[in-house]
Design a protein around this ligand. Structure first.
Ligand SMILES: Nc1ncnc2c1ncn2[C@@H]1O[C@H](COP(=O)(O)OP(=O)(O)OP(=O)(O)O)[C@@H](O)[C@H]1O
Length: 230
C-alpha cells in the first residue's frame, strides 16, 4: 500500500539545482534505501518530505497523512553526547511526560516491551555513557520506537558500527518492521546493508535520479561512480 507519492520533485538553492524530476513512492512496511554521494541532498529530501523546507517543483502526496507518526534515528558518532543516565531512563526520555516525573503504567509496559525488542533488557540498568557503540545505537533506536511510529527514518544509523553491531541493529529493525508494519527510510552508504534490508531504492545523483526494486540496483556502477560507498 502506498503511503507517499513523490512526483517530479525538484529542489533548488540559490539558483543551483540539487536535483530535478525525482519520482518515487514509499510503501507501507517496506524499507526504502535513500542513496547518493555526500552532499547530493539526501537529508534535504527528507526535510522536504517532512514539510520543513519547500519544494521548488513537484509535490509529495501523503495518503492518510493524519495517521502517520514519524520517528528518527540519528547516525551514531563515537563522540555523540551521552548522558549519565541508565539506559532505560535514556530510552524513556522521548515519552511526552510534561512535568510529570513518573511513567504511567502504559508507558512502563511499552518501555519494557521496547527494551526487550531492542535486546537492551539485560543492560537496562547500566549507564548509557558506559555502553558500547552498538548498545548505544540500539538505545537511540529504542528511543524512536518507544514513540510508536509507523514511519522510521534511519539516517546513516549503521555508519561507524562494527559488523556485529550493524547487523544486530538492522535485524531488530527488520523484525519490528515485519511485526508492526513499520515503514522505513534508510539513508545508507553501505551496499551490503541495502541489499539485505531494503525493498526499494532511490538513488540521487546530479545527473538524475533512479527509483526501483532493490534487486535492480546496479552495484558495479554504484561502486565505480560513487566515492562514498562501502
Ligand atoms: N537551506 C539551504 N540553503 C542552501 N544550501 C543548502 C541548504 N540546505 C542544504 N544545502 C546544501 O545542499 C546540499 C545537500 O545537502 P544535504 O545535507 O541534503 O546532503 P546529503 O546528501 O544529506 O549529504 P551527506 O551524505 O553528506 O549527509 C549541500 O551542498 C548543502 O550545503
Amino acid at each position: 500500500m502506498m503511503i507517499l507519492d513523490g512526483k517530479n520533485i525538484g529542489i533548488k538553492f540559490d539558483n543551483r539545482w540539487l536535483y530535478q524530476k525525482v519520482d518515487f513512492q514509499l510503501n507501507q512496511a517496506h524499507n526504502l534505501a535513500l542513496i547518493g554521494d555526500n552532499g547530493v541532498g539526501k537529508t534535504t529530501l527528507i526535510r522536504a518530505m517532512l514539510g520543513k523546507i519547500p519544494l521548488t517543483t513537484g509535490e509529495f502526496k501523503w495518503y492518510d497523512a493524519e495517521q502517520h507518526k514519524i520517528a528518527y534515528v540519528p547516525q551514531y558518532r563515537p563522540d555523540m553526547q551521552a548522558f549519565p543516565l541508565r539506559i532505560k531512563d535514556f530510552v524513556a526520555l522521548t515519552f511526552d511526560q510534561g512535568l510529570r516525573p513518573w511513567l504511567s503504567k502504559e508507558e512502563k509496559s511499552r518501555l519494557q516491551h521496547i527494551l526487550e525488542i531492542t535486546n537492551l533488557t539485560n543492560i537496562a540498568e547500566q549507564r548509557i555513557d558506559r555502553a558500547s557503540g552498538g548498545e548505544r545505537q540500539r538505545a537511540y533506536l529504542a528511543q524512536a520506537l518507544v514513540q510508536n511510529p509507523n514511519i522510521l527514518i534511519l539516517d546513516e544509523a549503521t555508519a561507524n558500527l562494527d559488523n556485529v553491531a550493524k547487523y544486530g541493529l538492522m535485524d531488530v529493525v527488520a523484525a519490528y518492521q515485519k511485526r508492526y508494519q513499520l515503514t522505513t527510510i534508510m539513508v545508507s552508504h553501505d551496499i551490503d546493508i541495502m541489499q539485505r534490508y531494503a525493498d526499494e531504492y532511490l538513488l540521487l545523483t546530479k545527473q538524475g535520479s533512479e527509483y526501483g526494486d532493490i534487486t535492480q540496483l546496479d552495484i558495479a556502477k554504484l561502486r565505480e561512480g560513487g566515492e562514498s560507498f562501502v
